[in-house]
Structures are given as C-alpha cells and as structure tokens.
Write a protein that binds this ligand. Sequence first.
Ligand SMILES: NC(=O)c1ccc[n+]([C@@H]2O[C@H](COP(=O)([O-])OP(=O)(O)OC[C@H]3O[C@@H](n4cnc5c(N)ncnc54)[C@H](OP(=O)(O)O)[C@@H]3O)[C@@H](O)[C@H]2O)c1
Length: 505
Amino acid sequence: MTETAEQQANPLADGLSFRRTPDPCALVIFGASGDLTHKKLMPALYSLAFRQLLPARFAIVGVARTEGDDDSWRDDMKQAVQKYARDEFRQDVWDELASAMHYVSTDFADAGGEAALEKLVAREEQEHTLGGNRVYYLAVPPPAFPTIVEALGKQRSATGWTRLIVEKPFGHDLESAKKLNKLLWRHFDESEIFRIDHYLGKETVQNMLALRFANGIFEPIWNRQFIDHVQITVAESIGIEGRAGYYEQAGAIRDIFQNHLLQMLALTAMEPPIDFKADSVHNEKVKVLKALHTPGPKSVVRGQYGRGFVEGEEVVGYREEQGVASDSMTETFVAAKLFVDNWRWADTPFYVRMGKRLARRETTIAIQFKRAPHPPFEETASEGLRPNVLLVHVQPDEGVSLAIGAKVPGQGMTIRTVHMDFLYGGAFRTGMPEAYERLILDTMLGDGTLFTRSDEVEEQWLLVDAIVAAWQRDRPAFPNYAAGTWGPPSSEELLQRDGRSWRRH
Ligand SMILES: NC(=O)c1ccc[n+]([C@@H]2O[C@H](COP(=O)([O-])OP(=O)(O)OC[C@H]3O[C@@H](n4cnc5c(N)ncnc54)[C@H](OP(=O)(O)O)[C@@H]3O)[C@@H](O)[C@H]2O)c1
C-alpha cells in the first residue's frame, strides 16, 4: 500500500499531507564522498524527492577532493540510496533527482580551488533560474571548516539568500566553539547559520513539545510540586564502528552529552514559548541551559566498556578497538545528576546517562511523578504499584507510555502498575521521516527552530568544560563496565544515594 493510500484509510493521518514548498535553490554538499553523505544526506534527499517535497527548480552539487565526475558520483549515490533510504527504490524518482546532481572535485585549500565550484553553481543557477538561492552543507571534518567558510564568504551570490548548515561537533570546548562562531559571523548572519543537532529533527523529540503544549493536562503538573525526578537515557548497543580517530578525542561527553542530551533536557524543562518561531524556542531553551548545574564532581560518573556480550555476541573492550590507545582514558559512558535552578524545577533532579555497548539501543525521557499522597488501601494491596511515569520513547518503538495504577480484576483490592501506550506506527500508520529530511527542508525554508543557536551551544560547552576540568583530578580504573550491561556500578550508586534507582528495563 502506498503511503497516500494508508493515510486515506486512516483518519488520524488527516493533515499529514501538509506541504511547504521551498524556493528554487542550489544545495552544495561539502564532503560529498563521505560517510554522512552516503548514509544520511542522499537517502534523505531521495525521500524528499519521493514525496515531491523538493523545489521544482533545484540543483545538488557535491564537492570533495576525491577524483570523480557527475556520472561516477551519481552511481555512487545511487548505491547509497538503494542501501540506506527508507523508501523503496523507484527508477523514475531517482532519474529525476540524479538529473539535478553534479560533482566537483576540488580542494579549497589550493589557490583558486573554489573557482570550479563557483563556475558550476553559476551555470546551474542560470540554466534553471535558481535566483541565486544557496544552501551550503558542511559535511566535512571540522578542521576543514575555516578554509571553506572563508572562501564562501568571499564569493556570496549577488542575488537570493544564502544559508549554511554546520555539522556537529561544533567545537571541542567553549573556546573553540566561540572561535568557530566568530569565524562564521565574519561571513554569515546568525539567521543564515543552521547548526545541526539531528536529534531535534526526530519526530519523537518534537513530540515532547506537542505533548507538553498541545495538551491541557500535563503543563499544570509539569513542575517540582508533582514531578519527583526526570531520567533521560541515550543507550547505544553499538561500539565506535571504526571511528576511533573521532571518538578518542570526543568521548561520550562531547559526542552525546554536550549536544543531543542537553537539547532533550532543555525541551523537557523549558517554559512554554510564546510561539513556535525559532527565536522564541531558542530563548526558552537557553534559559534552561543557563540554569543547569551539577551539584559537584560526585554527581557525574564516567565509564569505559570492557569485553562482554551484546545481544548474544561477544565483543571486545574499548581499549581493544582498532585505533584506540591500549591505555585510553576516553569515557564511553557518562551518568550525571543535574539541577535546573529556577522556580519550576528547584531541587528536582534530572538524572541522565548515555553510553556505548550498553545492553540495548534505547533513547527515552522518563518523567517520574510523586507518589499519591495518601493511598487509602491496605499496604499489601499496593505492593506492586510503582509511581506514575510518563515515558517518551524517542527510539526505537517511537511513542509515549503512561504508567498508572489499576485494580487487578477479581475479589478484593489489589493494585498493579499498567501502561497506557501510544505507538506512532500504530496511530498514524505512516513511516517516520528521518531527521535529516526535516532539517534539510527546514533550512531551504529558512526555518531555524529545530537548530541550535550560538548561545545554546556556548552554554552547553560551559557545563561540559566544568565537568571535564573536574575529571582531570582523578583517574578511574578503566574499563569499569562490561559490554552488554547498563554501565558501571557507580551509575547505580548515583541514584541509590538519593533513594532512587534507574528505570527498570
Ligand atoms: N557520519 C555520521 O554519521 C555523522 C554523524 C554526525 C555528524 N557527522 C559529522 O559530519 C562531518 C562528516 O563526517 P563523515 O562521517 O561523513 O566523515 P568522512 O566519512 O570522513 O567524510 C569526510 C568528507 O569530507 C571530505 N574532506 C575531508 N577532509 C577535507 C578537507 N580538508 N577539505 C575538504 N573536504 C574534506 C572528504 O572527502 P575528500 O577526502 O574526498 O575530500 C569526505 O567527503 C563531520 O563533521 C562529522 O563529525 C557525521
């Protein structure tokens, strides 16, 4: 069944065919031969083409230093689409997309290296009347940013708009992030800069806003009076997938905590924005990030995986991974207790944890409510009753679940916890778009709501820098958790000290 037919048969899908059409434009992808372009960007563009969401007049220009031409790049990208796209491969959709694709092999570090690109883009703009509108996507390693940004700044199109997508990591500490911001601002206005945190493109992360602000029942209880604590988990079962060079420098704190995790926390904790425009949402998120702190070094624990079994398969420890130093002190796990110092959240802990080679892939936000003040039942009746939890499944099994107490059928009064579940797949009966589809389209539309503003990024680094500085003082005995578990014992102790525990799995 095609998606359209499914939606027609499904009344809950009313309005899903809502379309926003961007202006004609050229999308220039730097890093056209890289992993991100293969696995995410081209499959996303194919899915947008599949749904006819791309502008009618459009060009994609891939740039990399690797030798190649239009035909070789198209062949390479076709294979990537066939392998990684979420939609079936349709030759007619591909042919139309491929006819808009061109490749430039050049190195911006060479004198005049940018001329070949400029010539090609100008030709496409003239041929297809693209109006000088350009999106530049920096899918290259961060050391390549300055040369490219300086060159782009100097050759801005005289007509139309220009937008720049910057991939993560955005710096490796506060100082480098500020330096990068300054570089970008020399050539681009803040409104032209789209800093990617692809978690914000996930439907389920955006649904946190719908859940909170489109329902009258949650917001009145979304505060310290009713919420005992919040738990956010970003668990990966995979290891570093051959990316030792990057991960040895980043670790879990820079790879996940600094960006995805803090952004999810900010959306969970922020005040209602006055509207859903970029600045209104960024203003509220940045207030949360400014108010965020850890109570002390003991409130942050780190871990590194050793050998173990993940999903039945034996895997090596982090220090045995290819390209990793045998005495590496890079953390592959972080758990922390954080507080948001404001009127709504004072004294309400936000426990967060993230790691690689954990027991299962799971990203969840769990809002644990306080217990009912005075259950009028016998103690034995409610032994199996846990506090109410609103659980947002970001991935996989996307949906929302509310844990409530219910009477077990039969004589007498026995109460147990049951779950009211909403599953995306079941309710809307439509595939979930990939985050990059939404984010590429939003950039073409000039909508920066689901991107991060400079001050958010800087606040995030401020917290990370403080944590990393405290880590310099001690040297934990790594590895300290076995692959396939839920992290080191110190992660459990972090909550046990407060009389709480991580949500059971
Ligand atoms: N892969 C992912 O899933 C992922 C996820 C989140 C963020 N990112 C970010 O996306 C960016 C690209 O990652 P990737 O995984 O695609 O890396 P990658 O596989 O190593 O590809 C890097 C790309 O950049 C080009 N490149 C490398 N050095 C360059 C230079 N000095 N000047 C110009 N081009 C250069 C490479 O092509 P040539 O060597 O042919 O020039 C290649 O096309 C990074 O910032 C990364 O952190 C990636």
